[in-house]
Design a protein around this ligand. Structure first.
Ligand SMILES: Cc1cc2nc3c(=O)[nH]c(=O)nc-3n(C[C@H](O)[C@H](O)[C@H](O)COP(=O)(O)OP(=O)(O)OC[C@H]3O[C@@H](n4cnc5c(N)ncnc54)[C@H](O)[C@@H]3O)c2cc1C
Length: 263
């Protein structure tokens, strides 16, 4: 094992997010962000493998400049380096364009033996980016992994959640793995590492650095369009507020249940 790339997305720290009325994208600028929780599991797993094998771990993200905060957190947790893929042209990407850009970033790094993702990002929640990136790179993948074990012969064994329950698969490296929250408990970065990470420069690549096809990035390269975003109306469950004393309320409840044929 020489290199692990771990893909990290920054998500809003709050549910009180705003949607751009024109693009229907989340307004990510000026929103306080945190590292996507499942990506912390991915970083933790990468760092544990590094501690066993001495490999190099690179955190990779695509997004606006403030995503550097999550990349610095990844460094504080133990990643060796971090790279941000960022430019106006990359903005507004759907999962296809995001995965294409990340795959170009991974190629730019020179590939990796293992590429780790979270099972899904808790804001847009599709769970598609890891699997699509694997397709772009032509690599095997194991998704929803709860335990992984590297073998001596260049394969890895992974326990994964499946609709049928749980299953164990073997995957030949290099491979893509998406991890669940069960795989580990992410460490807290110690203050000295947080301070050191805060001073680290983060390398930024744009679409030209990556040699991206301009038709396949950002809004231009996105095949899905969010046409509207709305909060679904709450279903009317026939809730009745009963007022009065406990005795009156009990009588009313008994009457309602009797009318409904329950009593
Ligand atoms: C309201 C709304 C609805 C949307 N609906 C759709 C839709 O239906 N179809 C669609 O294609 N897009 C949609 N999008 C766009 C979607 O937000 C982006 O495609 C997004 O950047 C990636 O999708 P995801 O968050 O679902 O990632 P997921 O696929 O859930 O993320 C899985 C993992 O991939 C990695 N990852 C994801 N994004 C990045 C990144 N930028 N940098 C590094 N690693 C990353 C992380 O490890 C993460 O844990 C929608 C956006 C909004 C705001």
């Amino acid at each position: 094992m020489n290199t692990i790339v771990v893909c990290v997305k920054q998500v809003p720290a709050t549910n009180d997010v705003k949607i751009d009325p024109v693009t229907k994208n989340l307004v990510r600028e000026s929103v306080e962000g945190i590292m996507n929780p499942y990506d912390k599991n991915a970083v933790e797993e990468a760092v544990r493998i590094k501690e066993r094998t001495g490999c190099n771990v690179i955190a990779l993200s695509m997004g606006p400049p403030q995503y550097k905060e999550s990349l610095r957190e990844a460094i504080a947790m133990g990643c060796d380096d971090a790279i941000l893929l960022s430019s106006r042209a990359l903005g507004g990407a759907d999962t296809l364009a995001t995965a294409y850009t990340l795959s170009k970033g991974i190629e730019k790094i020179g590939g990796a033996d293992l590429i780790l993702f979270g099972r899904h990002a808790v804001d847009a929640d599709t769970g598609q980016v890891g699997p699509i990136t694997a397709e772009f790179l032509g690599l095997p993948q194991a998704t929803f992994v709860t335990r992984l074990e590297l073998e001596d012969d260049g394969w890895l064994t992974a326990d994964r959640l499946s609709p049928a329950g749980a299953e164990t698969v073997r995957v030949k490296l290099p491979a893509v793995v998406t991890v669940t929250g069960e795989i580990n408990t992410p460490r807290y970065a110690v203050p000295i590492r947080i301070m050191k990470a805060a001073r680290r420069d983060i390398l930024v690549y744009n679409e030209q650095d990556l040699g991206c096809d301009p038709e396949r990035i950002g809004i231009k390269g996105s095949r899905t369009v969010v046409t509207s975003v709305f909060t679904p109306p709450k279903p009317d469950r026939g809730t009745v507020m009963i007022e009065g004393s406990a005795e009156e309320a009990a009588r009313r409840v008994a009457g309602i249940l009797s009318d409904a044929g329950v009593l």
